[in-house]
Design a protein around this ligand. Structure first.
Ligand code: NAI
Length: 507
């Protein structure tokens, strides 16, 4: 285990924008003298004023003593020139996202700092290997990728390029940990961990929207209320800004030589073309103008609870349905497992989606009245559930399915019959991407789950989630999606296939 840099080490932060100011705050709070440099006149001084105000606020809230806040504030200094950074033991660069500008800065720095100084870039999307190519000593360069806002977000990706010395990555890892962060190691590959593995959260929702599965508000509500995500994909894209989110998607897609896994969406391209960039422009998927109506999720009207409910087997969904019906005093009969059937009532068969459409399931099962339910993070706690009925399903049978779920306390959103509904396909694709990142040596399995929980606040790491669902199920969902679409996009990661055949979990 490598040691963290001591607090005697002077840290230089270059770029006093949103990220640089946050990183300078973190380093000063951790006890380092921090020199802030920016080419914009006064930017560094202004950032320091802002950081000191943050420290004062924290003191006022009792999170820091007044003395500690003052001492941390006093450790920040503006540096007018790169030449003033000669005594730095660590430089963190957070300037404009341009390879040539970053290369120029780092080569200038090499002429100023000591041979032992570690150089780090906060880049989100530029290859550390490529930045390092311009340096005399690329071994000392690594990525130190914070998340916005840096003082609040725990995750730091420590990114190694081809030339990065392992000791440098390990020292940065230990230093980030000493700063109160949760670091993960990543190999420099497009999107590193988070910006790569998160792509399907947007991409699958955009697909379902494109295919008319449901409206944005309904899909967002399902992701929040059944998936446990803090924000649905559409409200999240609106918040990030479509210009930014679309640019990240495009950059990852291009960097992977147009791999269809990452292909961008025409719907989002349209929003960008229209200038509907999200919250910041007053319109994105939603309308944020004053007086605009808040879009509500569509929720099925109340149906009576059907008689003759039978719950099959002991799957987590069956157990939760059992507990919820009991809690609501609804009569049902437990029965032994019967294939993938979750419940029957009023002539309808309910199953959890396996990536086939309900219509195809009905055909495969040679029974018309099939209703599929979506994944939930926890079927005990979910307040909403998405369902889809086969096109052959009689309306009375669909109503029985809805009534059953409502009797169990779910708000029900009826989607068009898209394959894999919304959550199951999203989680399967998140796990697939996470598995490929691990399989390709970008990071290890615990790191990818930590990164997604802390970098984008997922309720559960995608690999742990896949383990909980069962890798055989995830594999079936992906194969069925691949079969439906005939696209390479849904190819199953070799690591998932390996674990299915080895019959063991990821973690
Ligand atoms: P920003 O635009 O808020 O700040 C950039 C600052 O760098 C500006 O103050 C600018 O004057 C200064 N600058 C530009 N060229 C310079 C140079 N050659 N020397 C010194 N200062 C220079 O940008 P932001 O958002 O803080 O991003 C900075 C870096 O952090 C980028 O590489 C970005 O990809 C990365 N990043 C951004 C995140 C975000 O959410 N905004 C998250 C994680 C990483």
């Amino acid at each position: 285990m490598m040691q963290a840099l001591s607090t005697q080490t002077v840290v230089a932060v270059i770029g006093a924008g949103a990220m640089g100011a946050g990183i300078a705050q973190v380093a000063a709070a951790a006890g380092h003298m921090v020199k802030v440099h920016d080419t914009r006149p006064d930017a560094a001084a202004q950032a320091i004023v802002g950081i000191r105000a943050q420290f004062e606020k924290m003191a006022a809230k009792g999170k820091l003593t007044v003395e500690a806040a003052q001492a941390a504030g006093a450790r920040l200094h503006a540096a007018e020139h790169v030449a003033d950074l000669a005594d730095a033991g660590l430089v963190v660069e957070a300037i404009v996202e341009s390879l040539s500008v970053k290369q120029k800065l780092f080569t200038d720095l090499e002429a100023v700092v000591s041979a032992r100084c570690i150089l780090a870039s906060n880049t989100s999307s530029i290859s550390i290997t490529a930045i390092g190519a311009a340096l005399k000593n690329p071994q000392r360069l690594a990525g130190l990728h914070f998340f916005n806002p840096a003082p609040l977000m725990a995750l730091v990706e420590v990114v190694s390029g081809l030339a990065t010395a392992p000791e440098v990555a390990h020292t940065l890892f230990a230093t980030a940990a000493a700063w109160g962060k949760t670091p993960v190691h990543a190999k420099s590959t497009p999107g590193f961990i988070v910006n790569r593995v998160a792509r399907p959260y947007y991409a699958e929702a955009l697909r379902v929207l494109t295919e008319g599965g449901a409206d944005c508000a309904t899909l967002d509500a399902c992701c929040r209320e059944a998936g446990g995500f803090r924000m649905g994909p559409f409200e999240l894209m609106d918040m990030i800004g479509h210009d930014v989110n679309f640019a990240v998607t495009n950059s990852v897609w291009r960097a992977f030589f147009n791999d269809p896994r990452f292909s961008p969406s025409l719907i989002q391209q349209d929003l960008v073309d229209a200038g509907f960039l999200g919250k910041k422009t007053g319109r994105g998927f939603y309308n944020y103008q004053e007086g605009a109506n808040k879009a509500l999720p569509s929720t099925a009207p109340t149906q009576p609870a059907p008689s003759g409910i039978v719950i099959y087997g002991q799957t987590t969904a069956a157990q939760a349905l059992t507990a919820r019906l009991q809690a609501n005093s609804t009569d049902f009969t437990p029965a032994a497992a019967m294939g993938d059937t979750l419940a029957t009532a009023g002539g309808v068969t309910l199953r959890v989606t396996d990536g086939r459409t309900a219509t195809r399931c009905a055909f495969d099962m040679q029974t018309p009245n099939v209703v599929l339910i979506d994944l939930a993070l926890d079927y005990h706690k979910a307040t909403r559930l998405a369902v889809a009925a086969a096109s052959q399903c009689a309306p009375t049978a669909a109503h029985a399915a809805i009534g059953l779920l409502q009797a169990a306390g779910f708000a029900v959103s009826v989607l068009q019959d898209v394959p894999g509904l919304i959550l199951m396909r999203t989680v399967a694709m998140l796990a697939n991407e996470a598995a490929d990142a691990v399989n390709q040596g970008v990071c290890d399995a615990p790191a990818v789950d930590t990164a997604m929980r802390l970098g984008v606040n997922y309720p559960c790491g995608p690999l742990a989630w896949a383990d909980a669902i069962g890798l055989e199920k995830i594999s079936a969902v992906l194969s069925n999606l691949a079969h439906t679409y005939g696209e390479d996009r849904y190819r199953t990661s070799p690591l998932i296939q390996h674990h299915v055949f080895a019959a063991k979990n990821f973690l």
